[in-house]
Design a protein around this ligand. Structure first.
Ligand code: ZN
Length: 673
């Protein structure tokens, strides 16, 4: 599960406040890079890499190669034509002989950059298909400049996929009442497989499970297809679907093993390789357990089929990979939280029946991301909590990370962009946010990841997938509410995590403003909210507004809407009440309850307010989405091929990186049917 960063500019760094006036950046590192469409490219610094040992640097390098080697998998998961379309677009981009200053070509370039960013032809967040602003005629002419052997497939098939708005309009469709499988372009189900068939297929599988107390993550690593009318899984493994990419990943994991930090890490990597070879989900659980229990080393990684947000049924997992190492100073913060995990669980406002009696194994750390790959690139999470398996989490715990150098990059890139001045109600509230915003954002992420997701339990016999399409949003709401409830707790002041009992108000204000108003900048006019994290925020903010009895309200001033909070303490009580209800829904597997809450509060958009927010945001001229360009790792080898040095290089251009990845990490055939 990941915490996708909702960057809407609310993070003005505390370094601007007078109390930290000496914290001026001394380096000229440029965090902001190019901007196009609704996207701003950023760069992040791998702070502390130089302090690692050569062996650790080498390990990071090998793991970064493994993390980049799965790129093609995600492209194919996001849509069956994506790899061919990428090949087509990149060939035109490099080979086009016509006027590269023409409007058509410029629009073509923007389209390609968006496709790169989304790892496919649908928006990475909204899931709607991009509509090209260049003509089909232009593309047909431009293709003539490309050597035919570069395009060894039926090009005609791709035109409607690119240009016809009715063909594959949504990557992941969440519209209540439609066949979510048939109407989603994501490549997790073969042609003709219906939602009812898929649900039935996995229900039968679950019913036949010989060990229902320890269920595997059914369907997680396969495409469900119909062959001669019979449903069958094409498993993603060495020798199976995506086998070529997986073999490449294994190659780099084998190398990583040779420089692992300790025996536990070797065992983790070995088990992952075994799983990639067999595709066996029991082995995956065994790997997850080893991975959770491996907390001794500084360097760590995720590599595999991980996030289920892209599957309309929330089962099949998109591929992601990254490598990281521990930020030791910042980790002290999260260790304080995890050391008190049981206290937080015991004091939470949820019904005792849904609480964990024994919170164990929740480890939390702040990390430095060294490379981002698959579904974490270029758009990334700032916090990740894994594994996803409920029983593994209950019996063995979970690992929770906050990615400090990415949060830092967002903050630094956003300095002085005018967002707060436009949307925050008054100077006093802006001062509050400037003073405490950063600290509380980080803390909310920590609480969300290392306590929120790890808290609570299902009642015996409740299927972890009972909430179906609503499961992800409910789970995110649970984690966010846990964080919101506790960020105002005196316990945090006592632990030295918040400076005083006022600081939490900054988080309450920005959260409500975001959920009620500013996150709407990410929605196209006329659309509803679909993405799980956004639904969760809307659900919480609107539910609280609805039950607030004046504690929070939307007011108008000079024709502009603002959030006004009149009673912060009352808000905390409401967050607690909603947390109790959301935990009940989750613990009991109350599908109807989940549906009612989300459809009532988390989906709909007030068209008038939406219009106003979009206009105000547009006037600021900011990009609503951000993503990161990776650094490059450059190795020096001796004559025997041993690595003698690993250096980081920043500054590669976005298009260069994308084209290079398409060359160096081209691991799959263009068609994977
Ligand atoms: Zn989360």
């Amino acid at each position: 599960m990941n915490l996708k960063h909702l960057y809407t500019g609310m993070l003005i760094t505390a370094a601007l406040a007078t109390s930290c006036g000496t914290q001026q950046e001394t380096t000229d590192f440029e965090y902001n890079d190019e901007r196009f469409a609704d996207l701003q490219m950023l760069r992040y610094k791998v702070e502390g890499f130089e302090d690692l040992s050569l062996r650790q640097k080498t390990l990071v390098y090998y793991l970064s190669q493994a993390a980049l080697s799965g790129r093609d998998i995600l492209w194919d998961q996001n849509g069956r034509y994506n790899l061919r379309i990428r090949q087509l677009l990149e060939s035109v981009y490099t080979d086009y002989q016509g006027d590269r200053e023409s409007e058509d070509f410029k629009n073509f370039v923007i389209y390609l950059k968006r496709v790169w960013f989304s790892n496919g032809i649908h928006h990475h967040y909204g899931c709607e298909k991009f509509q090209p602003a260049f003509s089909e005629a232009f593309l047909r002419t431009a293709i003539k400049d490309v050597a035919p052997e570069k395009l060894p497939f039926d090009i005609e098939e791709l035109f409607p996929v690119i240009f016809d708005p009715t063909v594959m309009p949504k990557r992941t469709n969440q519209a209540d009442g439609e066949d979510l499988v048939l109407t989603s372009a994501a490549n997790y189900y073969g042609p003709g497989v219906t939602q009812a068939e898929a649900e039935d297929f996995y229900l039968k599988m679950k019913e036949a499970d010989p060990d229902p107390e320890h269920p595997i993550m059914f369907g997680m690593n396969s495409r469900l297809v119909k062959e001669n009318g019979v449903l069958t899984e094409k498993v993603w493994r060495s020798g199976g679907l995506y086998g070529a990419a997986i073999d490449r990943i294994i190659f780099w994991l084998e190398k990583a093993k040779t420089v692992a930090e300790n025996d536990k890490q070797v065992a983790v990597i070995d088990k992952l390789i075994e799983y990639y070879r067999t595709g066996d989900l029991k082995t995956f659980d065994a790997y997850s357990i080893l991975w959770v229990e491996d907390t001794d080393g500084d360097v760590d990684f995720t590599n595999g089929f991980t996030e289920s947000y892209g599957d309309p049924l929330g089962m099949k997992a998109s591929w992601e990979g990254y490598a990281n190492f521990k930020d030791k100073a910042a980790t002290e913060r999260t260790e304080k939280l995890s050391a008190s995990a049981q206290w937080f669980e015991d004091h939470s406002p949820v019904d005792a029946r849904f609480k964990k009696q024994n919170c164990k194994g929740i480890t939390a750390k702040v990390i430095v991301a060294a490379i981002l790959g698959g579904d974490l690139y270029p758009s990334t999470a700032i916090g990740i909590n894994l594994p996803n398996s409920n029983w593994v989490r209950a019996e063995h715990g979970s690992k929770s990370v906050t990615i400090g150098n990415l949060t830092d990059a967002y903050n630094k890139a956003a300095r002085g962009n005018g967002f707060q001045e436009e949307f925050v109600i008054d100077q006093a509230t802006r001062d509050l946010i400037r003073e405490y915003g950063d600290v509380c954002d980080d803390l909310h992420t920590d609480l969300h990841e290392c306590l929120g997701h790890g808290s609570g339990k299902l009642l015996p016999g409740v299927d972890a997938d009972s909430l179906k399409a609503y499961g992800s949003a409910i789970e995110e709401a649970r984690a966010d509410l846990f964080g919101l409830y506790y960020i105002a707790d005196p316990k945090l002041v006592e632990l030295g995590l918040t400076p005083n009992d006022e600081a939490y108000k900054s988080q309450y204000y920005t959260y409500m403003m975001n959920g009620l108003m500013t996150q709407l900048v990410r929605i196209e006019p006329g659309n509803t909210i679909e993405e799980a994290h956004m639904r969760n925020r809307a659900l919480i903010a609107h539910w609280v507004l609805d039950h607030a009895e004046g504690a929070v309200e939307l007011i108008k001033r000079d024709g502009k809407t603002y959030v006004q909070i009149n009673d912060y303490a009352a808000l905390r009580t409401l967050f607690g009440e909603l947390l109790a209800e959301i935990q009940r829904v989750k613990s009991e597997g109350d599908f109807e309850g989940a549906r009612r809450l989300i459809e009532a509060y988390g989906v709909k958009v007030d068209p008038e307010l939406h219009k106003e927010v979009l206009a105000r945001y547009k006037a600021l001229d900011l990009a609503p989405y951000k993503g990161f360009i990776n650094p490059e790792y450059v190795v020096t080898e001796d004559k025997d091929g041993h690595i003698t040095d690993v250096q980081i290089r920043y500054g590669e251009a976005y298009d260069h990186q994308m084209l290079r990845y398409s060359q160096e990490y081209k691991t799959l055939p263009l068609i994977n049917d």
